[in-house]
Ligand binder design. Sequence first.
Ligand code: AMP
Length: 556
Amino acid sequence: MEQVEAGFAELGLRAELLAALTNLGYEEPTPIQREAIPPLVEGNDLVGQAATGTGKTAAFALPLLQTLTARRREPEPVALVLVPTRELAEQVSQAVHRYGRDLGVRVLPVYGGQPIGRQLQALGRGVDVVVGTPGRVLDHIDRGTLQLGDVRTVVLDEADEMLDMGFADDIEAILAETPETRQTVLFSATMPPRIDSIARRHLREPVRITMGREPVAPGDLPLVRQSAYIVARPYRAAALGRILDVEAPSAAIVFCRTREEVDQVTETLNGRGYRAEALHGGMSQDQRDRTMGRLRAGTTELLVATDVAARGLDVEQLTHVINFNVPVAPEAYVHRIGRVGRAGREGCAITLAEPREQRMLKAIERLTGQRITLEKLPTVTDLRARRLELTRASLLASLEADDLERYRVVLDSLTGEFDVENIALAAVKLLHEAAGGDDDEEEIPTPAPPRERSPRNSRDRDRPPVRSSRGSSSDEGVARLFFGIGRRVGLRPQDLVGAIAGESGLSAREIGAIQITDRFSLVEVPESAADMVIEAMQRSFIRGRRPSVRRERFSR
Ligand code: AMP
């Protein structure tokens, strides 16, 4: 634990931030954090090449918070983060909020599509950090509702994507409103010349950071089958359970990013009937040794661990390494999969990735020079077939064991009345059900493939673009759809987003406000996509039900 905090403490972060990180279960900085945080804390400008999944948000958010006066009262923001999408605005804003909770940070996401009234009120009350999409931020500047005169730091996050979306002029206009003395930070997954030109014009002698450059020697890589599944975040735990059911590993390690995640995943797997144990840096050496002993003895079949906890761990019999999310650096991936396929034995490395993290998989492939095959998640039908197969295998083992005579009295007492075949079927059913049977499984939606981006030039850029068979423009209205399903059945917004995105091909960022009541829900989608979504939802299950979906009767 002390060693854990030392990792971030060495980067010079203040106590309130270290406490927040420990709370979140972050055990050590990711490579990008290790490299970016010290120069940022010293006030340097910085250009970082890093994709989603590397921990880049904390890399810029922690330094922003480092110099923030705790419980500051001044109304104008001291930091501005520009991001390409509303989804990212919310994510980054939540991250800043979580890291800065002990400092009482006031952070506000601003993006198009959200009622401006709420943003105006929040701005009026005063904010420390604004996280916004360029179009909406510029709207606020034009209205005089956002003053950037006190801004000390500007972050351009996912800069390549912002340029692709046609935000270049807006970014220039926004930067012109901020003091020249500001610190400017730019993160981008790719570094095309246009990004370089922005960096040259707006950043002062920036520190440059690039991740994942050292290729791995082929001899350092184990002999393993490498595959990945693309799953939207809300379905990751369910997907993991399903993959494990089909793979049926005899001893596996599941890697998670944080201690919190380790605990959640362990609980989920135990709930599914696995003997899973957590292994993280918060545990004493003694506790860890005992857990390892149980794995070696076969009492535990799954270990759920963070990188730090699994360091130095040597288990001969591991057959599978499973990454619950893409590791924060390609090097960590190589490290993890090195734990299987030892001494020429076969092993499997399986990675769950969110749609946005596919870029990280590519980076790993470049580093290792090996392919990671994208697989389709087992469907409910696959799962049922696999379970029947396992039942059959158990029966076969029992038939071969030849110790069946003592059960003959039961059989004999039934054969007078029933057909032997039916008795056999009833016995198979009982065995199958005792092994878990066909528990109610829900289909996990396949995320839509990433959309082609096209530059947009209209002024109203924050409005989500629309995929439509009728080819409408992006400057159009929003339709509200009624879904006959609500909180009563435990419905959560992510269930709706997952179902809509999975069935209709609309991307999550094209889905607007969601309101969930006890019995029904209302979801905003682009008007031009409304009919297509309604049609797609006729085929879809949400939390095991097929709700009625239609336009809201009272919509404007
Ligand atoms: P990002 O690349 O910023 O989108 O972050 C990817 C994910 O990694 C987020 O879910 C973070 O909460 C998580 N994360 C970031 N830094 C760390 C860290 N040092 N340890 C564990 N998880 C982290």
